[in-house]
Design a protein around this ligand. Structure first.
Ligand SMILES: *Cc1c(COP(=O)(O)O)cnc(C)c1O
Length: 367
């Protein structure tokens, strides 16, 4: 979608907040583990390139979700190691080799497809994924991992790492987390040889189970200042949210009792009501579920009324304000604040999803 810098609905991303969060995590886990910034999905909506460039000197590497995200980083002079976290289309392995992009090997079957392309992959690095209970990708026993190591050795592929991903490191009940951790440890113990990097921790595990941080901490949502558990667990230290979403009133009017607002006429005024219009809608990732939630105008919460349209929505105002009056959708204004977490609760989802769904049309400004 076309980014729209002329629209006055910018996201304001604080790279300083992101840097501070990374520094705090570094302090928390100690100097020894490598810290990899997870910048997949356009850095959780914050902008992969500006974020990666701003933390380049603070981290040891980057994680992305697919090959295109990795290529984008390399094209913008990101020289540190990059790990792609899921299996790529095997035909594209040469691209990874030539750009020094490390691949996740999800299974022996996948590695066989890679090796079937050609016999020598000198320079290609892989991290074997272990399914310790997430049920998504990865080997489930040491025998498969060892067969992969052998195959890699025969094909000039460097067995650089092995990792797993926790399904429940963000929960109060640690039963499943402990099972996964033990399963991963037993598979690593069964390897014919240990690679340079053994790793398992995301933000949640790094925050609440830091003793588990091994050779790499994969730091995602907490870098952006959000609590990976929502409100289930308290953060061991404060994080700074890095993302604000602002807009302005584009139209203001007073409607009379009986007048309706929006598609489906789901809102009917019961008295004279001042209605403001804001340039954001579901095509921005500001979904129709936002009806009934609120924004901040002039130090007060204002209800979103009527259905959210594709590009615009309406809010109920206390009085008639001029066009151009600031509207805060995410962030702080005076004493009031709207957090991604509050929006997530309103939409029955997690804070990650709120920011990832905000589309490219929202222009990102950096401070
Ligand atoms: C997304 C992801 C992470 C980062 O998770 P956060 O909860 O955002 O810290 C780490 N590892 C893997 C494999 C992931 O897919």
């Amino acid at each position: 979608m076309k980014s729209s810098p002329h629209r006055h609905t910018p996201a304001i991303v604080s790279l300083t907040a992101i840097q501070n969060n990374v520094k705090k995590m570094r302090q928390h886990i100690g100097a020894k583990p490598a810290l990899y910034a997870v910048v997949k999905a356009n850095a959780y909506g914050h902008g992969a390139i500006p974020v990666a460039q701003s933390v380049h000197e603070l981290v040891d590497g980057f994680c992305v979700s697919n090959l295109d995200e990795a290529i984008e980083l390399r094209n913008h002079l990101i020289t540190k190691p990059i790990l792609v976290l899921s299996g790529i289309v095997p035909e594209n392995a040469d691209i990874a080799t030539s750009l020094n992009i490390t691949l996740t090997a999800p299974s022996l079957a996948w590695l066989k497809l890679i090796v079937a392309q050609k016999t020598n992959y000198q320079g290609l690095k892989i991290h074997i994924a272990v399914d310790s209970g997430m049920g998504r990708i990865g080997v489930r026993d040491a025998a498969e991992a060892n067969a992969m190591i052998d195959l890699a050795d025969q094909s000039g592929i460097l067995f650089d790492g092995i990792f797993t991903h926790f399904a429940t490191a963000d929960e109060v009940d640690t039963t499943k987390y402990i099972q996964q951790k033990e399963k991963f440890a037993s598979i690593v113990a069964g390897l014919n040889r240990r690679p340079q990097f053994v790793h398992s921790t995301n933000s949640a595990a790094g925050l609440w189970h830091k003793e588990q941080v091994q050779d790499i901490e994969r730091l995602g949502v907490s870098m952006y200042g959000l609590n990976p558990s929502g409100r289930a667990l308290d953060l061991p230290f404060d994080l700074e949210p890095a993302f604000e979403l602002k807009s302005e009133l584009t139209h203001v009017k007073t409607i009379q009792a009986g007048d309706t607002v929006g598609y489906g006429a789901t809102y009917t005024a019961s008295e004279d009501t001042v209605v403001g219009t804001v340039s954001i809608g579901y095509a921005d990732g500001w979904t129709r579920e936002m009806q009934g939630f609120h924004v901040i105008v002039d130090g007060q919460y204002c209800e979103i009324i009527g259905r959210v349209s594709m590009d615009q929505m309406c809010i109920k105002l206390e009085k008639e304000y001029p066009i151009g009056t600031p509207v805060t959708l995410i962030g702080r204004e005076g004493q009031l604040e709207i957090t991604a977490q509050e929006i997530a609760e309103w939409r029955h989802t997690i804070n990650y999803e709120i920011l990832c769904l905000l589309s490219d049309r929202i222009y990102r400004e950096y401070k």
